[in-house]
Design a protein around this ligand. Sequence first.
Ligand SMILES: Nc1ncnc2c1ncn2[C@@H]1O[C@H](COP(=O)(O)OP(=O)(O)O)[C@@H](O)[C@H]1O
Ligand SMILES: [Mg+2]
Length: 329
Amino acid sequence: MASDALLAFEQVSVTFGRHGRSRRPVTALDHVSFAVTPGRSLGIIGDSGAGKSTLCRTAIGLVEPGEGRVIVDGSDLSGAPASAWQRARRHVALVFQDALGSFNPMRPVLDGIAMPLLSYADLGGAALRRAVGEVMEQVGLQPSQMTRYPHEFSGGQIQRLAIARALTTRPRLLILDEPVSALDVSIRAQILNLLIDLSRDLALTCVVISSDPAVVHYLTEETLVLFAGRVVEAAPTAALFARPRHPYTVALLAQRDPGIALHEQGLSGARAQTRLAVEMSGCRFAGICPRELPRCRDEAPEPTPLGEGRMVRCHSLAAEALAGETRKG
Ligand SMILES: Nc1ncnc2c1ncn2[C@@H]1O[C@H](COP(=O)(O)OP(=O)(O)O)[C@@H](O)[C@H]1O
Ligand SMILES: [Mg+2]
């Protein structure tokens, strides 16, 4: 695993106890590994329920993994006390999925933006306002608006405010959980372009979570595909979108192409399956997969390297890769 990683997960598993009607535990993350290195933003795609938000919360210490290691800036923080996580959150900031809900409706946005800063610095009065004004300018808002209340801002502006708050501690890594999914299509591009500008101007690396693959395609250098708590494919973003390999990734990306009706079916099946699949012992995509082999139902596929920094978990693709190597000699 890269030693200069800003954030790394090593075999991280998270299980929530006695969930839902079945009262059985849900494995929201199952042995998830990845590393984010400076300048190579990471996208995470997958349907609702795949474990994306759980991954975000685990990355900043709000959820404690049952197994594995979470490494922030080279320090293993698994099981670390709250104070260690508090220090780490200065460098790794999360913009939550519900931006509006993360601001107190009864307080001016100044208070909400300043919150992370107050845990590190004993700032007050003019210095605090200066710091808040600075991050508001960075996200394209007028500092004079800091005394307004959340309801006085549009959806796009609220998202900008949430990003401003994350920037107050000058993090090196910004995790964005569904940064544009609540926004009108016309506003989305503005926020995506803001994120591109911020990454460049502030030397920020991002982890971008989205159920819309196009967002990840636009913003990131590396992509993970999460299905029912497992990483089924990992690859450089350009390569993954040019040629998705895992049958689930193929279905997920094909939803933008109305010509591929067969894949659409696969995808709706995948969505229905996500909730059940966490209890399956074999490949979680078994039963709806067009490439299924007999062993897929009982045996979880291990990661298979495909070259050029790509990895896939699929018995069928592993067999194909092996056959290719055998042919080569
Ligand atoms: N606090 C929690 N308690 C119990 N189950 C949870 C909790 N948070 C998430 N889950 C379950 O974990 C799975 C993954 O959820 P989540 O991480 O929110 O997925 P995503 O963000 O990809 O939609 C789901 O089955 C969800 O119901
Ligand atoms: Mg989520």
